[in-house]
Write a protein that binds this ligand. Structure first.
Ligand code: PMP
Length: 362
C-alpha cells in the first residue's frame, strides 16, 4: 500500500475510492452538458445540484445557492481579491492570496509571532486563512470581524478536515483535492452579496462563473464533502494520534523543534532540524519510500526561503532544515512510527555527512 507512506497530504490528497466510484458514471454515460434540456443534461444538472447541497451541508451554509463552483481555491481567491482594491490580507497567506493581493494593491498585515497583528483601524476588506498550509497554525478569521467591512477566508486547508465556522464570514474559498476529491475543482462560499464574475462568457452558475460545468469533478467534490462530514471526527483523531507518534519517535534526536505555535491542525507537522538541508531530508525519505515536503509544494521548487517561515523569525540555520509532514486518512499509525524512525536515521546520516564535508573543507 503506497498511500500509507504518503505524508504530503497538505499538498494534495489521494482520491477516496468512494469519491471515484461516484464520479465514474459521469465520466462514462453521464457525459451530458448540465445546461442541455434533454435527459442527458437533466441527469447532469441533478448531480451538480446534489453536490452543491452536500458542499453546503459540509460548510454549514444556510442555502446551497451560496456555493458557486470554481476550478479550485486559486480561482476562488482570485475572484474575491479582484473585486477589492483597498484593505489587507494576512501575513501567512498562500501565494494564491498574496499575488492577487499585490495585483489589487492590497496591504499585507504584519505578524505578531504566529498571530496576526490586528489592523490599526477597520479596513474595507480583509482576507485571513483558517489553517496554514506550511505550519498547520489555526486562526479564527472571525476574530477580525470588527476590523473589516468585508471578510474573506481561504479555508482550503481546513474544509473537509476540521469543522467549518462560517459565522461572520462573507466569502470563503475551498478546494476538493485537499480532502480526497479530484483536482481542479473547488468553490466559493458567498454569505449574501454575490461578487461580479471573474469569468464571463456564459450564464452557468447564475451568471457568476461562466464555462461548461465539470460535472464529474463537481460530483467528486460533493462526494468528498459527504464522506468528510461522516468521517471528520475520526479522521482528525487518527491524524492527531499519528502526529503525536512522529513527535514521540523523534524524541531521541538532538537540536530539532516543532513550528507553528500552540494551536495547530492535527494534520500538519512542521519541524526543523539544525545543521541539515530540508531538501536533502526530503530526498533521503523519498529514497526510503516516504513522501514529505520541504515547505509548500507550490513554492518548494523555488530556492527562496518560505515567507511563512521567514516571517516567524526563524534563524536561517533552522529555516534551512525545515520539513513538513502532513497526515491524511490513508496513513497508518504503523507507517507514522516507521516514518519517525526513518527521519531519525536520515537526520543523523545527513549530519554526519555534513560534519565530514565540513572537516574536509577546513
Ligand atoms: N490556498 C491554500 C491555503 C492552499 O494550501 C492551496 C493549495 N496548495 C491553495 C490555496 C490553492 O488551491 P488549488 O490547488 O485548489 O488552486
Amino acid at each position: 500500500m503506497v498511500r500509507d507512506r504518503y505524508f504530503d497530504n497538505a499538498a494534495t490528497t489521494p482520491l477516496d475510492p468512494r469519491v471515484l466510484q461516484e464520479m465514474m458514471p459521469f465520466l462514462e454515460d453521464g457525459f451530458g452538458n448540465a445546461h442541455s434540456i434533454h435527459a442527458h443534461g437533466q441527469r447532469a444538472i441533478a448531480a451538480v445540484e446534489q453536490a452543491r447541497e452536500r458542499v453546503a451541508m459540509l460548510l454549514g451554509a444556510e442555502d446551497p445557492a451560496q456555493v458557486t463552483f470554481t476550478s479550485g481555491a486559486t480561482e476562488a481567491n482570485n475572484w474575491v481579491l479582484a473585486n477589492f482594491s483597498e484593505g489587507a490580507v494576512g501575513p501567512f497567506e498562500h501565494s494564491a492570496i498574496l499575488e492577487p493581493a499585490r495585483r489589487s494593491g492590497l496591504q499585507i498585515l504584519a505578524n505578531c509571532g504566529v498571530q496576526i497583528c490586528p489592523p490599526d483601524s477597520p479596513l474595507p476588506f480583509l482576507s485571513v486563512m483558517s489553517a496554514n498550509n506550511e505550519l498547520g497554525t489555526l486562526w479564527h478569521p472571525q476574530q477580525f470581524r470588527a476590523s473589516a467591512e468585508v471578510l474573506h477566508s481561504d479555508m482550503t486547508q481546513s474544509v473537509g478536515k476540521l469543522p467549518t465556522d462560517l459565522e461572520g464570514i462573507d466569502y470563503a474559498s475551498l478546494s476538493a483535492h485537499k480532502f480526497y476529491g479530484p483536482k481542479g475543482i473547488g468553490a466559493l462560499y458567498t454569505a449574501e452579496q454575490p461578487l461580479p464574475p471573474l469569468l464571463v462568457g456564459g450564464d452557468q452558475e447564475n451568471g457568476l462563473r461562466a464555462g461548461t460545468l465539470n460535472v464529474s469533478a463537481i460530483v467528486g467534490l460533493g462526494a468528498a464533502a459527504a464522506v468528510a462530514l461522516d468521517t471528520m471526527e475520526e479522521d482528525a483523531r487518527h491524524a492527531l494520534e499519528m502526529r503525536a507518534a512522529v513527535v514521540e519517535g523523534l524524541e531521541g534526536v538532538a537540536d530539532w523543534r516543532v513550528n507553528g505555535g500552540e494551536e495547530v491542525s492535527p494534520y500538519v507537522l512542521s519541524i526543523s532540524f539544525l545543521g541539515i538541508e530540508g531538501e536533502s531530508l526530503v530526498v533521503e525519505l523519498d529514497r526510503a519510500g516516504y513522501a514529505i515536503s520541504s515547505g509548500a509544494a507550490c513554492s518548494s521548487r523555488s530556492a527562496e526561503p518560505s515567507h511563512v517561515l521567514t516571517s516567524l523569525g526563524l534563524d536561517p540555520e533552522w529555516l534551512r532544515g525545515t520539513v513538513r509532514v502532513s497526515f491524511g486518512r490513508f496513513n497508518t499509525l504503523h507507517a507514522s512510527e516507521e516514518l519517525a524512525r526513518v527521519l531519525l536515521t536520515s537526520v543523523e546520516k545527513l549530519r554526519t555527512m555534513g560534519r565530514r564535508a565540513g572537516k574536509r573543507a577546513t
